[in-house]
Design a protein around this ligand. Sequence first.
Ligand SMILES: [Zn+2]
Length: 431
Amino acid sequence: MTLHRTWAAGCAVIGALSASCAGEPTAPATQEIHVSLVGKDTVSTFLNRLATPHGHVVVTRAAVDGAQESAALKEEHDASLHLVEGPLPRAALAGERARVGGFAVVAVPTGQDPHDWLGSHRFHAEAIAEDEVSVPRRALRGGGRGQQRTALDGETPDITIDAAFLEARLKELSGATPINVGGRSVTIRERGSENGRSLTRTWLKQQYQALGFTVQEHTYRSGWNQGVNVTADRPGADPSRVLILSAHYDSVNNAGADDDASGIVSSLAIAHALKDTPLNIGLRIVAFDQEEIGLVGSNAYARQLDRGGELSQVVGVLDLEMTGYDSNGDGHYHVIHCNENTSADLGAAVEAAATRAELGLVRTEACTNRSDHAAFWRYGTPAVAVSQDFFGNDGNPCYHARCDTVDRINWDYMRRLTQAVGLAAAKILTE
Ligand SMILES: [Zn+2]
């Protein structure tokens, strides 16, 4: 549930351990915010919350008691404050105002793109939110929603990822081969512009409809941005539960074969492999817009589900973020959970499926908020990001560059990683 501004800045004192603001609901000219490193689930009302392996960095209107680190900042008239996740350089970033729990707080001049301002698209920058989020107590401390049942034993439905399907769809989505729209041959050259994203949505809808899924557009407006997420549903026997497989369809104005056409196509290939399997839990494929400019689409989507009371139906989110790059053939991959609620169980389900199917994959640890899974964490919904070895020694050198094209994709690796996620999804969906 979202709360609106009902506090007064004047009652929060910089440097004070706590502030009492009860009964003073006036809107100040310049609001103060507090950025604090705290233990997991110790603060349930916040503007922003980013995960660390053992805690959270929260942005709050009132000071937080007992924070391990904190900084009090004033919102600025000619700039907007952003939380920036690195890896960060030792030296201060442009406009840096504080550093808390390994995250930087940066003032980005109004009208500037945060990545342009920082001089790098390698950082993840998230604007300080305008509205507070309150995570219900029942969602805290793991499994409180009572929906998460990720059994690790028993029969797994056997599904097979179609290698030819995977390759053909990825070539279409990243402009290597043309697509057919209304009898016309067109090429998806990039997925950053309005036109490129609109064309991509047309292709996505064609694909999901061909599998018999029910397609919907989720149009949102967020600050200066407006965008459109695309969802595709196949119901399960239990209408009260749904598993989400997500990826982002936008790119940084490039072909984005790995980032994140690979994730979109992996989720599509899993839906394809499962299209005739009877499901107990509903399967929803979500293609997010505007991930690259700060998880805008996924934040809007998670917020809408929260406001509609629908988040409690979501048993988990398997986000697929770059599944196609493995240049050294070591089979390393991440399932990122940052010890958020019961997300580790989802990670274990993927790892167990990979091991059981002897896919030649090796899981390596990482914790980051830099993809759409993090939009769900802030509401206490279990979510993981499945990714290639992004934080190991085998990152894609064409990440966010023009050369992120299909010729760098390791097709067999992508098939195997997709298979692992597909098997884990099948198990959750059919139990
Ligand atoms: Zn991405």
